[in-house]
Design a binder for this molecule. Structure first.
Ligand SMILES: NC(=O)c1ccc[n+]([C@@H]2O[C@H](COP(=O)([O-])OP(=O)(O)OC[C@H]3O[C@@H](n4cnc5c(N)ncnc54)[C@H](OP(=O)(O)O)[C@@H]3O)[C@@H](O)[C@H]2O)c1
Length: 288
């Protein structure tokens, strides 16, 4: 089986490349110069026309706060490009797994979000990602949209790694404690994405995150503990920590649809954070 990972240099994409290779797939991971998702000609020049394969799209505009003032770039990459990919897939024999986000929700629900719950993004990033989901499914309805959240992994910078770095530098740490979400380890998610490709379920939206839920403060505390650092982290409210983009207060995702495919739930996020710290240690990435 052949799999093309777009955005293979990124936090999640690099984990997907590793997971697919481990599973024995033939993996292609084009650079942005080789395949620019915002350019339809670049896509059609790269993707093979005849053979059967999967495209996993991890390319995105992920700077959530910057997107507020860089709307056009965010919408082109997150909102328009998935439609280009959908068209290319329809014209060949490819199927797409496209990554999306919990930030399509406004966070006003009290429980976990299901795939069919009403969306209402609070910022440009979420709006643009929602547009991308729709553009893709409109062009190629057999595509799979994976909504995930709060990613951490060794393949790039991420919140737990920044917190560990700041803790090692003995900087005072203040972290938001009134936003709750689903922290997710890229290695666990990547393995699930590859399993999904193996299975080839019906098209549509699937939530995939690690089990459990956490606030950013809980995630920060667990991250420094897993790295073996004894440090106090002050909990603060969102109001005390203003950002350009408003984040949902609750964006915990329900994964029962994914599990209904016969696939096991991903491990608890607390276990994932411990394995992540171990990975950083093994790769000598617990740097100051
Ligand atoms: N990070 C999170 O916490 C989080 C949470 C929920 C959902 N997600 C979703 O998960 C997916 C992966 O996120 P991530 O954090 O792994 O992203 P990332 O680390 O920011 O990586 C983005 C990737 O996109 C590539 N890229 C950018 N513009 C491109 C273009 N025009 N053509 C082709 N490739 C391009 C980048 O390549 P270069 O190396 O050339 O820049 C990079 O490989 C995204 O869809 C994101 O919305 C992420």
């Amino acid at each position: 089986m052949q799999l093309i990972v777009i955005g293979g240099s990124g936090l999640l994409g690099s984990a997907v490349v590793e997971a697919a290779e481990r599973r024995g797939w033939e993996v292609l991971a084009p650079t942005r110069d080789e395949l620019d998702v915002t350019d339809e000609t670049s896509i059609s020049n790269y993707v093979p026309g005849a053979s059967q394969y999967w495209i996993v799209n991890c390319a995105a505009y992920t700077a959530v706060d910057k997107a507020e003032t860089d709307r056009d770039a965010a919408f082109l990459l997150n909102g328009v490009a998935p439609g280009f990919l959908g068209r290319a897939a329809r014209e060949s024999r490819a199927r797409i797994i496209h990554m999306s986000t919990d930030f399509v929700f406004d966070g006003k629900a009290s429980g976990r979000y299901r795939e069919y719950d009403s969306t209402n993004p609070l910022g440009v990033y979420g709006e643009s990602k929602l547009q991308g989901e729709r553009a893709l499914l409109l062009e190629a309805c057999e595509s799979i949209v994976v909504r995930t959240a709060w990613l951490f992994g060794a393949g790039g910078d991420c919140f737990p790694r920044k917190i560990i770095r700041s803790a090692l530098q003995r900087k005072p740490l203040r972290v938001v404690s009134d936003q709750t979400g689903s922290p997710t380890y890229t290695s666990d998610l990547a393995a699930a994405v590859v399993q999904l490709a193996d299975l080839g379920p019906d098209g549509g939206i699937y939530n995939i995150v690690n089990s459990g839920k956490a606030t950013w403060h809980k995630l920060a505390t667990a991250s420094v503990a897993a790295a073996g650092i004894d440090v106090e982290i002050e909990p603060v409210s969102s109001e005390e920590f203003p950002t350009a983009a408003t984040r949902p207060k609750n964006s915990v995702l329900d994964t029962s649809k994914y599990q209904s495919l016969g696939l096991s739930p991903l491990p608890e996020w607390t276990d994932a954070v411990r394995r992540f710290a171990e990975e950083l240690r093994t790769k000598n990435l617990l740097e100051v």
